[in-house]
Design a binder for this molecule. Structure first.
Ligand code: F6P
Length: 341
C-alpha cells in the first residue's frame, strides 16, 4: 500500500515527530509513503514527493514541518474534493493520513464521504478539537508561555508594573488557561468567560491594596472585553478565520489599564514564538503514538476516523465527531485560576 501524509493549517511543534511516526510505521509494515507538500494546496496541485527512510531521519526534535503547510481549503475550490482524490490516485496513494486541526480534518472528513480512505491525527496548539483531550503542539506552546511568564515575573516585580501577556488560542482559552495556571498569572482572561473592564481594574486595585505591587495578566487573543476598542482582525482566510492577533487585545488592554489605574503597564505579545521550535517530550510522545496508530488504522481498513488521547490512552473516534464544535475551557479550570488572583 502507498500511504500519503499531509500536514495542514497552522504549524505546531510535533508535526515532524508525527510525520516520522507515520513513515516509520509504514516502512516497518512494508508499505510506501508519499509526502503531500503544503497541506491541501499540494493535494490539489499534485505536489507530492516519495518519502524514503532517510527523509525522516533526525526530524523528531525539529519544529515546523518538513512537508510545509498551508491554509488552503479545497472546499472553497471548484471541484476541490474530487480534484484532491484524483491527484492522490494519480500518484498511486491508496490512503491518506491528514495531520491537522479542525479545518484540515473537516476536509479529511469530506474525503471520507467520497469515499476515499483517510485517517486524521489531531494537532493544534489551540487544543480546541472536540472529542480529544489533547492535540499535538499544545504542550510545547504552553511551555513557552510558562517560560515567558517566569521571565516576566522578575521584571514586573523589579519595576512594580502590570504585565499584560497576549497568547494565541483562537476562540478558546486553553493556551491562556494552562499557561496562566502553570506560570502563576494572577488574572487569566479567556473567550469562554466574559469579564468586564471594571472587574479587571478592581482586581488590580485590590492587589495593590494587599501590598502586591505587580501583576501578571494573561489574555487570550480571542477574548471579549466589552468596551475595549479593538482592530477587526483583517480579511478572513479560506476557512473563515480572521487574524485575531490583529485585533490587538493585549495592547488595547494595557493602554486601558494604565489610563484607568495610573499603574505602569507593559504588553508582551508572544505570537508565533508559541508555535516555533523544538517540541516538548509530551508532544513528541503523543505525535509518535498517534502517528503509528493512524497507520495501523489505515492499513487495517479503517477510514474516516482518528486516533486520539482519551483517559491517558489511545482511542479511536470518527472524524465527524472530532470536528463537531469546539472543546471549551470548563468553568472548573476557570474557577481554579481565580484562586490565585
Ligand atoms: O490555530 C493556531 C493559531 O496559532 C491560532 O492560535 C492563531 O490564532 C492562528 O493560528 C494564527 O494563524 P497565522 O499563523 O495564520 O497567523
Amino acid at each position: 500500500m502507498r500511504i500519503g501524509v499531509l500536514t495542514g493549517g497552522g504549524d505546531a511543534p510535533g508535526l515532524n515527530a508525527a510525520i516520522r511516526a507515520v513513515a516509520r510505521r509504514a516502512f516497518q509494515l512494508g508499505h510506501q509513503v508519499s509526502g503531500v507538500k503544503n497541506g491541501w494546496a499540494g493535494a490539489l496541485a499534485g505536489d507530492m514527493i516519495d518519502l524514503e527512510p532517510r527523509d525522516v531521519r533526525g526530524i523528531l526534535p525539529l519544529g515546523g514541518t518538513i512537508l510545509g503547510t498551508s491554509r488552503t481549503n479545497p472546499l472553497k475550490e471548484p471541484d476541490g474534493v474530487p480534484r484532491v482524490v484524483r491527484c492522490l490516485q494519480r500518484f498511486g496513494v491508496d490512503g491518506l493520513v491528514a495531520i491537522g486541526g479542525d479545518d484540515t480534518l473537516s476536509v479529511a472528513a469530506r474525503l471520507h464521504e467520497v469515499p476515499y480512505p483517510v485517517v486524521g491525527v489531531p494537532k493544534t496548539i489551540d487544543n480546541d478539537l472536540a472529542g480529544t483531550e489533547f492535540c499535538i503542539g499544545f504542550d510545547t506552546a504552553v511551555g513557552i508561555v510558562v517560560e515567558a511568564l517566569d521571565r516576566l515575573h522578575t521584571t514586573a516585580s523589579a519595576h512594580h508594573r502590570v504585565m499584560v501577556v497576549e497568547v494565541m488560542g483562537r476562540d478558546t482559552g486553553w493556551v491562556a488557561m494552562a499557561g496562566g495556571l502553570a506560570g502563576g498569572a494572577d488574572l487569566v482572561l479567556i473567550p469562554e468567560f466574559e469579564v468586564s473592564l471594571e472587574e479587571v481594574v478592581r482586581h488590580l486595585h485590590r492587589r495593590r491594596g494587599e501590598g502586591k505591587d505587580f501583576s501578571i495578566i494573561v489574555v487570550a487573543e480571542g477574548v471579549h472585553l466589552p468596551g475595549l476598542d479593538l482592530g477587526d482582525g483583517g480579511p478572513a482566510d479560506a476557512f473563515g478565520h480572521v487574524q485575531l492577533a490583529r485585533r490587538g487585545v493585549g495592547d488595547a488592554l494595557s493602554r486601558y489599564i494604565e489610563q484607568e489605574t495610573g499603574f505602569e503597564t507593559r504588553v508582551t505579545v508572544l505570537g508565533h514564538l508559541q508555535r516555533g521550535g523544538s517540541p516538548s517530550a509530551l508532544d513528541r510522545i503523543w505525535a509518535t503514538r498517534l502517528g503509528v496508530a493512524a497507520v495501523d488504522l489505515l492499513v487495517g481498513g479503517e477510514t474516516g476516523v482518528a486516533p486520539v488521547r482519551r483517559d491517558g490512552g489511545v482511542c479511536v473516534v470518527p472524524l465527524s465527531d472530532l470536528v463537531a464544535g469546539q472543546r471549551r475551557v470548563p468553568r472548573e479550570l476557570y474557577e481554579l485560576a481565580r484562586v490565585f488572583g
